[in-house]
Design a protein around this ligand. Structure first.
Ligand SMILES: Cc1ncc(COP(=O)(O)O)c(C=O)c1O
Length: 481
């Protein structure tokens, strides 16, 4: 190693890169039959990393080897065929390459002149995000870590712009009439977090009941808004969900836009899970009203099959974003300012930011939207297939079917006793984790515990769905006996 810098001699660097590439290739050439979860004891994994801060370095080859055995070999197979938990889209090979190359040039999106090409790519990717969901032209937006960040952004912009006249950025929330955020009871927990982070407080987040299809009950919503007005609160923002995490329910976005308009509220849409599926022609009517939102959160590490992390908030124009975030700082002023240069630090709360857009840009250019749409469609069709298999079986029962790629169900075996079925399904989740061949989690629908499968991975095929049901059956039977 060169003593004057941290760099390796060229040949050594090349050799390490090649060996790292071999590790990657190994992961992607043996997907079939691989465990989704390696059930190492947490204590064991902890012990591997129980090491003091190194004062002297070691051979990078050794570090790479350790990375293979301790990290790669124990990694949860989020990229693989047997992952159904949460919303784990598996990533894509082009996004790996984009991420690698982005790290190599170490651009900083804070200022245009620190990342000319990447700044323009991010501007383009933001517009592509808007194009995918049909949100409009010359849309403003910024990439962030994912859906949670994009929703926090949306609500921050909402608060800063909606209360601009009250000078909320300067005065804060002190002495404001409490203002209210509305969302269905199925809204993602990141909205609760956002409301807390923004100082609005969850007492001012109204969780509105849902209909049988898990979409927001519009009558209950308007009654609640009227009640709040008569109680002296200020209605502020409606959060519609375009694909709930539990069941993929898409709220009636057009009706929500009408209500937001009538009561003069900000309309934000959480499209983190389902927003990008609005690109599918048959689903378009379900998303009517999406383009009327003041802000939308979409998530590229979900249905654009990107590696973690990358999400995006969209607003109707760049000026809105700038008004929400711009702060002057002497050290950021440059004599090189030119008309049209987009300094992203003026449009978000981060200053330094990495080139998340490169992997998105490379992926979308390589695959093209037609193929990406086909993959989203396939995920949805596989979910329908899963639902059909469950419905046709004697020992499973379907609890929710959606237009998107998520299904909730229970294993019941020969059992008719509600309590026993419930207990068995609750035991199944840890038993399946322990088994490790498939990775699936549960949730509650109206208080009932259910197994939840999210089929969002372009690598999956029908045989993988059959395998999922086969493994659940097998593990459940072993529990029953
Ligand atoms: C509807 C919805 N909103 C927000 C999020 C949070 O997204 P992230 O995990 O990217 O922060 C998710 C994640 O699954 C989601 O499904």
């Amino acid at each position: 190693m060169d003593k004057n810098t941290l760099d390796l001699p060229d040949e050594e660097f090349r050799d390490l890169l090649n060996k790292a590439t071999d590790l990657v290739l190994e992961k992607y050439t043996a997907l079939e039959g691989r465990k989704a979860f390696h059930s190492f004891e947490q204590k064991e994994i902890m012990s591997w990393f129980d090491e003091p801060l190194p004062e002297s370095g070691i051979d990078p080859q050794k570090v790479l080897k350790e990375t293979k055995t301790k990290v790669f070999d124990s990694a949860t197979d989020n990229i693989g065929l047997n992952m159904y938990a949460y919303v784990m889209a598996g990533g894509s090979q082009l996004s790996i390459i984009g991420e690698y190359l982005a790290a190599a040039i170490n651009q900083n999106l804070g200022k245009w002149h620190l990342s000319p090409g990447i700044s323009e790519i991010e501007r383009r990717v933001v517009q592509w995000g808007a194009d995918i969901i049909g949100y409009g032209e010359n849309v403003g937006g910024v990439l962030g870590s994912g859906g949670s960040a994009a929703n926090l952004h949306g609500l921050t912009i909402a608060r800063n712009i909606f209360f601009e006249k009250k000078g909320i950025r300067k005065k804060g929330l002190f002495n404001q009439t409490p203002f209210i955020v509305y969302a269905s009871k199925e809204v993602h927990g990141c909205i609760d977090k956002s409301v807390e982070l923004l100082g609005i407080g969850t007492d001012h987040l109204r969780k509105i009941p849902t209909n049988n299809d898990h979409t927001i009950d519009l009558n209950a919503l308007t009654s609640q808004v009227d009640q709040d007005i008569s109680d002296g609160f200020e209605p502020f923002c409606i959060v519609g969900t375009a694909g709930t995490v539990n069941t993929g329910a898409i709220d009636d976005l057009d009706a929500l836009a009408d209500i937001a308009e009538k009561y003069q509220m900000w309309f934000h849409i959480d499209g983190a899970y389902g927003g990008l599926a609005s690109t599918l022609e048959p689903l378009k009517p379900k998303y009517k009203g999406l383009k009327r939102a003041d802000s939308v959160a979409i998530d590229f590490h979900k249905w654009l099959y990107q590696t973690f992390e990358v999400g995006c908030v969209l607003v109707k124009d760049w000026d809105t974003l700038r008004r929400a975030y711009f702060k002057k700082a002497d050290y950021l002023n440059s004599q090189l300012e030119q008309e049209g240069r987009l300094d992203f630090n003026e449009h978000t709360f981060q200053l330094s930011r990495n080139a998340k857009s490169l992997k998105v840009w490379m992926s979308v250019k390589t695959y093209g939207m037609k193929r990406i749409r086909e993959m989203i469609q396939k995920d949805i069709e596989l979910t329908h297939y899963l639902c059909d298999q469950i419905q046709d079986s004697e020992d499973f029962e379907l609890k929710s079917r959606s237009d998107l790629a998520v299904a909730c169900f229970r294993y019941k075996g020969n059992n008719n006793d509600e309590q026993q079925i419930s207990a068995l399904n609750e035991q199944l989740i840890p038993a399946l984790e322990n088994d490790g061949r498939v990775f699936i989690t549960g949730t509650r629908l109206n208080g009932t515990f259910v197994i939840r499968a999210c089929v969002i991975n372009h690598r999956k095929q029908k045989k993988d769905i059959d395998y999922l049901l086969h493994i659940i059956r097998e593990v459940a039977k072993s529990l029953e006996s």
